[in-house]
Design a binder for this molecule. Structure first.
Ligand SMILES: [Zn+2]
Ligand SMILES: [Zn+2]
Length: 118
């Protein structure tokens, strides 16, 4: 598994999450019927079990763009599993712009624009 450098002094704990019923609109043929959504430090919600907008295998119905491990709230999201080539397990949102990752229940900011801080 690829390792990432994270700034250990710059983390924000995961505080809010909920399960949403996707009603199988997600397109995964192996969906459990519910997705985990977590609130980013910006206030936006991230559907971890949904498909990434930049998914590199948009016709595949089995992988997950983000793989999650651990028990809430101490979860980690990475690419360690049946996944695609999109991103590196991080999440990127716009308005407000934020790019970071979730490791062991903490958000780590990776800087903006993405790609300059890898
Ligand atoms: Zn689903
Ligand atoms: Zn994907």
């Amino acid at each position: 598994m690829k390792q990432y450098e994270v700034k250990m002094h710059n983390f924000i704990p995961l505080k809010k999450w909920h399960w949403i019923a996707c009603e199988f609109k997600c397109g995964w043929e192996n969906c459990s019927g519910r997705h985990l959504e977590v609130q980013l430090p910006t206030g936006q919600w991230w559907d971890i079990d949904g498909r990434a907008v930049n998914c590199s295998a948009p016709h595949d119905r089995k992988h997950r763009c983000w793989i999650r491990y651990g028990e809430l709230p101490f979860i980690t999201i990475n690419k360690d599993g049946l996944t695609c080539d999109a991103g590196g397990g991080s999440i990127l949102v716009r308005y407000p712009n934020w790019h970071g990752r979730l490791q062991n229940g903490n958000f780590y900011e990776e800087g903006w624009p993405p790609g300059l801080h890898r």
